[in-house]
Design a protein around this ligand. Structure first.
Ligand code: GLN
Length: 204
């Protein structure tokens, strides 16, 4: 079987970093700006950026409905930070009328850490990993509430936000509040690539 094509939503956000990490993992990474590019993907990353702008641009470039359809149809999708917001079914503290793609049965609080501190870094345990991940948070959301089928992959270990949920998975969908594309640790992207490979093996 040829290597899977993994798209990175590329109308806005930190696209290049995700393409770089994916490029080291034996998959074919592509930037996705058009419906035909989305159609070629076996999996998709929704990067960090500005979730309101990303949703508006997706609508303008006729990607919003195709994205919703692919996600609903089972395409493995990984949202980081703003991408987590895009994947969420519900938002707290969203901009008025802010749209999401949905799919992940979570409520996210946008800019959740913002009241305490805008950006910070820390080590946290990630489900299934031997060693902690170094997580970089930039005006990050957290998961305020989750549905019964959503697994928690990571929480904030210490400080005022201790216990807050910052990584989740529901079947073919996963999301982190932080930015795993920053730095040299590619384990979270590997985890996602594995989801894409498994899904591909099932559908082919
Ligand atoms: N605060 C941004 C938003 O609401 C997300 C920040 C990020 O992706 N680094 O979209």
């Amino acid at each position: 079987m040829s290597s899977p094509i993994i798209g990175v939503f590329a109308l806005q956000g930190d696209v290049r970093e995700h393409l770089r990490v994916l490029g080291g993992l034996g998959v074919r990474p592509i930037a996705v700006r058009r419906p035909d590019e989305l159609a070629a993907c076996d999996g998709l990353v929704l990067p960090g950026g500005e979730s309101t702008t990303m949703a508006k641009l997706a609508r303008t470039f006729d990607l919003l409905e195709p994205l919703r359809a692919r996600i609903k149809d089972g395409m493995p999708t990984f949202g980081t930070c703003a991408g987590m917001i895009l994947l969420a079914e519900r938002i707290e503290d969203g901009a008025p009328g802010q749209e999401t793609l949905g799919g992940l049965d979570i409520t996210v609080r946008r800019n959740a850490f913002g009241r305490q501190v805008d950006s910070f870094e820390g080590d946290l345990a990630f489900d299934g990993f031997d060693a902690p991940v170094h997580a970089v948070f930039i005006r990050a959301p957290w998961v305020e509430q989750l549905g019964p089928d959503v697994e928690v992959l990571a929480t904030v270990p210490t400080g005022e936000a201790a216990g807050r949920i910052v990584a989740v998975r529901e079947g073919h969908l996963m999301a982190t509040s932080f930015h795993p594309e920053v730095g040299a640790d590619d384990r979270i992207h590997r985890y996602f690539v594995e989801l894409v490979r498994q899904h591909r093996a099932q559908v082919s």
